[in-house]
Design a protein around this ligand. Structure first.
Ligand code: GTP
Ligand code: MG
Length: 325
């Protein structure tokens, strides 16, 4: 099948074509890369937009359970939902794929849902590109909502928030001092904080935790993209399916307000610029890692150590060879 045919099938909402296309964008082979870029150009003309929702939270907070309940609630409303993951640690991937398959059992059988586990790629850059391209493909296939999950361990939140329209932080009920554990930078990215597990014995703690986070959010600098009342903290129970509709209502109202203000489009443009710069940096670093480049570094380094070349002159020479190569 050529890329135009594959693209047309995706535009018709064909899930098998979509799965196949994601496999194509995951490939590192250079002929696959060029097919992938033809395909993305082909489907990119559709102009369809999903709501891209990033979701982060520490292991065990209930991300998979939440996505299943939340996803089922959306599909029950007739919406089509795609789930992608950015999994920064290859070590974890075996477990998470298995875990998610069983934990998202109902959603994975739903005709209006499409779940794609994280590929077993190692570096975050590769996973980031693949996920961005998979988002575009899901969007072209007509999904209304694309959920992008990541486990909260440092850098991956930034990666996910830079490809999302809304960014949610899922937190567990906790004692007062654990509140400090959420890094300020992560808090600043959040459009909504959802305190999960607000059920049974944990309900009272969850309510208190939610109030604490609401207070902490109010202390942050006001962001121009936020209407009154955002960022917001709410309680949910993924297991008992409480608070999900309220959370969805808030997400819709926030995204509507961002569309109206023009922030939505401006943000997507800024994200495109961000990823362009990231790709250039990554490609330059990859060039620096080739054996040819390393031996040139070694050779120039020797001259610098002997005093035959100044550090900056050697750097200029090195950069010239990188750009030429
Ligand atoms: N009481 C209660 N337990 C929950 C809720 N949501 C999830 N859990 C439980 O928390 C545990 C972890 O849930 P997961 O959904 O696997 O959490 P996760 O964030 O996907 O975890 P990782 O994939 O390991 O990062 C499971 O035992 C769930 O049953 C909830 O709303 N209430
Ligand atoms: Mg999980």
């Amino acid at each position: 099948m050529n890329t135009a045919e594959l693209g047309d099938r995706i535009l018709n909402g064909d899930r098998r074509a979509l799965a196949r296309a994601i496999t194509l964008v995951e490939s590192g082979r250079s002929d696959h890369r060029s097919q992938a870029s033809d395909l993305l150009a082909h489907v990119g003309k559709s102009g369809r937009q999903s709501l891209r929702v990033g979701l982060s939270g520490t292991p065990g907070v209930g991300k998979s359970t939440f996505i299943e309940s939340f996803g089922m609630m959306l599909t029950a409303q007739g919406l089509r939902v795609a789930v992608l993951a950015v999994d920064p640690s290859s070590a974890r991937s075996g477990g998470s794929i298995l875990g998610d398959k069983t934990r998202m059992e109902r959603l994975s059988r739903d005709r209006n849902a499409f779940i794609r586990p994280s590929p077993s790629q190692t570096h975050l850059g590769g996973v980031a590109r693949r996920t961005r391209e998979a988002i575009v493909l899901c969007e072209a296939a007509g999904f209304d909502v694309v959920l992008i999950e990541t486990v909260g361990v440092g850098q991956s939140e930034t990666v996910v928030s830079e490809m999302s329209d809304l960014f949610l932080l899922l937190l567990a009920p906790a004692g007062g001092d654990e509140l400090q554990g959420v890094k300020r930078g992560i808090m600043e990215m959040a459009d909504m904080i959802l305190v999960n597990k607000a059920d049974g014995d944990l309900k009272a703690t969850a309510t208190r935790t939610c109030a604490d986070y609401a207070g902490a959010l109010r202390l942050l600098r006001k962001r121009p993209q936020d209407p009154e009342g955002f960022p917001k903290a709410m309680t949910v129970s993924a297991v008992e399916e409480h608070g999900l509709e309220e959370a969805w209502g808030q997400m819709q109202s926030l995204s509507q307000s961002r569309r109206d203000s023009g922030y939505w489009d401006a943000n997507r443009s800024a994200q495109a610029q961000y990823w362009f710069e990231q790709e250039v940096r990554a490609a330059l670093l990859a060039r620096l890692a080739t054996s040819q480049a390393r031996s040139e570094m070694e050779r120039l380094g020797k001259e610098v150590r002997k005093g035959n070349l100044s550090p900056s002159a050697a750097a200029d020479t090195m950069l010239d060879t990188l750009v030429a190569g």
